[in-house]
Design a protein around this ligand. Structure first.
Ligand SMILES: Cc1ncc(COP(=O)(O)O)c(C=O)c1O
Length: 392
């Protein structure tokens, strides 16, 4: 059982606002805030390089924490400034040849990933194949297997999409990828911190995530996992003196492990903040977090569904902490703005992030209310009450 009083006391903003924008950026708990601020203070007092040198063990612990979070080995993990660049560093490293095919689940795929597919399809002659959704809305796993072709070089899916409450069955996809010997990439940006992740159980070669969402880390932090099994097949798109060594006047070699996907310069205070956020989440227990957000999200869906004119839009065999809905006669941006004026933070999912999802469902935009474990039943009741009010 999570000590809700304690975690709310660790989250001072809870006293002032009702925050249901955890899928945007969650509220940072005190230990994360302190890790960042204390490190900035250290940099201010002794110098940036000197602060780093004085805190080597703390910096090294980030990789141990990422490894614990993901069931990986520390050297298979990398710090990258956000989930998009983490994903990009791996995707652009694949040795695609013209005519190679990428297999994905379009309705769930994150917009920036899909833009990269489109760009690389145009530039390198790749083909994008689509696994359809099943009746529940998640990827149709059998159809995905049937969609594999001789030139399928990569299966890339988003675990929990940004714009709707779905959880895709990534472990089932991983088993198929393994059976066919195809590389498998998972965008875990919205799942990290709200449910257990185990790269071995998922069967992925690459997994990316961000700090600021359900992990409750600082903005401008993210991470990448690349398995030992695939790393030598990937050619990092950028290189520097941190990711590689200049071993002779005309020769270089990449450093071992996933560090070859990092930059030399990075947000060192953010690294420690991310590490503290993972520590905090592991301390609470990811299973306990999952149970709590599942309960809160189900309650929110039930209560919203009972409000006249409100439609909950989430589809899927399993649903996440992301709750999306619309209200007759009040467009999502107007409803979100009205809630904001009442001290309730939500966000809006719009067509530009969901071109392979919303048009098929006749949706223009939705309100996205994403719960976290520190939210309470009373906050949910308050949100539902506010949604139900008639706009002035
Ligand atoms: C599913 C998914 N993937 C990737 C991203 C991108 O994360 P970042 O902004 O850290 O690059 C997001 C952000 O909303 C997301 O929801």
């Amino acid at each position: 059982m999570i000590d809700i009083k304690r975690v709310r006391a660790d989250t001072p903003a809870c006293a002032n606002i009702i925050h249901f924008n955890n899928a945007g950026a969650s509220l940072v708990p005190n230990p994360v805030h302190s890790a960042v601020v204390d490190y900035l203070e250290l940099e201010r007092s002794i110098g940036g390089y000197e602060a780093h040198a004085a805190t080597q063990p703390e910096h090294a612990a980030l990789y141990d924490n990422l490894a614990k979070l993901l069931g990986a080995k520390p050297h298979e993990t990398a710090y990258v400034e956000n989930a998009t660049r983490a994903w990009d560093m791996a995707f652009y490293a694949f040795p695609f040849r013209e005519g190679d095919r990428i297999l994905t689940h379009g309705p769930a795929e994150y917009v920036s990933n899909y833009l990269a597919f489109l760009q690389q399809a145009e530039r390198r002659g790749l083909v994008i194949d689509h696994a359809p959704s099943d009746g529940s809305g998640q990827v149709d796993v059998d159809a995905l297997e049937r969609a594999i072709k001789p030139r399928t070089a990569l299966i890339a899916v988003t675990h929990v999409p940004t714009q709707t409450g779905l959880i895709n069955p990534v472990a089932d996809i991983g088993a198929i990828a393994k059976r066919h010997g195809i590389a498998f990439m998972v965008d875990a940006c919205q799942s990290a911190g709200q449910m257990p992740l185990d790269v071995a159980a998922i069967g992925c070669d690459v997994l990316s995530g961000t700090g600021r969402k359900f992990l409750r880390g600082p903005r401008g932090t993210g991470f990448l996992y690349v398995s030992d099994a695939i790393i030598e097949r990937l050619d990092p798109p950028f290189i520097d003196l941190h990711s590689a060594r200049w071993v002779a006047p005309d020769a270089y070699e990449f450093v071992p492990g996933a560090k070859r996907f990092e930059n030399w310069e990075s947000f060192f205070a953010g690294r420690l903040g991310l590490s503290a956020a993972i520590d905090y989440a592991l301390g609470i227990g990811i299973e306990a977090i999952e149970a709590r957000v599942q309960t809160l999200a189900a309650r929110l869906r039930d209560e919203l569904g009972a409000v006249d004119g409100v439609t909950v839009a989430d589809r899927g065999a399993r649903l996440s902490a992301i709750v999306t809905f619309g209200k007759d006669g009040e467009p999502a941006p107007a409803l979100a703005a009205r809630l904001k004026r009442q001290g309730i933070n939500v966000s809006v999912s719009s067509l530009g992030s969901a071109r392979l999802d919303f048009p098929q469902r006749g949706i223009e935009s939705l309100v996205r209310a994403s719960v976290h474990y520190y939210n309470t039943d009373a906050e949910i009741d308050r949100l539902v009450e506010a949604v139900a009010e008639r706009p002035a």
